[in-house]
Design a protein around this ligand. Sequence first.
Ligand code: NAI
Length: 347
Amino acid sequence: MTDLFDAPAPGGDARELLVLQDPSIGLRAVICIHRTVDGVAGGGIRRLAYEDEAELLADARRLAEAMSLKAAMADLPVGGAKIVVWDRQDLDVPAAHEAIGEAVDRLGGRVLVGPDIGTGPKEMGHVRQATSFANPSGNAPDRATARGVLAGIRGVLRHLDGDADATGRRVVVQGLGAVGSRVAADLVEAGAEVAGADVDADRRAAAERMGVQIVDADEALATRCDLLVPCALGGVLDEATAGRLEARAVCGSANNVLASPEAGDRLHEAGIVYAPDFVVNAGALIEGVLTVRHGATDRVRRQAGEQIDAIEGRVVDLLERAEGSGEPVHRLAKRRARERMAERADR
Ligand code: NAI
């Protein structure tokens, strides 16, 4: 059964859900708009092999809400949206992405789209054939996201020890893909002792060549370190794993890394510093929104870089406020994001 009008927590309060279907190309997708600001929302296109419609809808709702939180905390003048495509055997991927581009174009700027899992540079090329409300081809979302994660890490290190220098720090990166491998490479360069895990042998080999020490994927979360950097899938920290971590801090790109708010509470109780995912992984959204709205010029890209680097200060501020108030930082950050959304989002 499909829960079209149900509101599964969290993230069940999206305002608009648009269903896209075209049997001739196997297209089954939704555009979920959580909130708009001045009529605009931003979000990526995810293509995944969901079990059923209920799972697809829940993912769309959760991710659209996460985009609203991310945009609010990054001070971007947009709300959050997500496009989710059901990856099934009969899906004609290029045609589907072009059809999504057409649907986005019909919305006339209400939704600005970028890449996500299952939508890389090639698929974005198909989207761009049909609309200009999409990340320009010169954007480098993985790089922008990694830059934001590195800024977040500097903020965490400053909070922990008053010094952002990564030299000699022991870091574990879970997921050595597009974002994780860049973060790992930069930290190796900065003199950190970097270990990493990935389920993909080629990713492991490439990281090893960059000086990353490989640990077993099953052991990544239990490895003793200063900093755990989750850059694989969401939901990896549930109450049990959060309680077993041997890290002093957690800061990574994986969307919705906490399986539940209670998992964040366990981190708080264990004294593990946590930089909320939707604060540190906003780099690609910042780059995307600024370049779509103001043009992909050098000046705009520089401005985007500066806004991404500002994540460092934002993380320090949040961690200090959380420490001062005793409120777990994931709850504080969500509350602040919701307050900002209430101030700015369209009714
Ligand atoms: P990716 O697909 O390039 O990399 C993810 C890596 O994690 C893959 O190499 C995969 O083999 C590995 N992996 C999967 N399960 C694993 C496990 N159990 N243990 C260890 N490794 C595992 O994805 P990308 O682009 O690097 O994104 C990483 C995370 O950051 C995702 O959760 C994504 O949603 C999030 N994110 C990415 C953004 C971007 O601009 N690429 C923007 C914001 C969030």
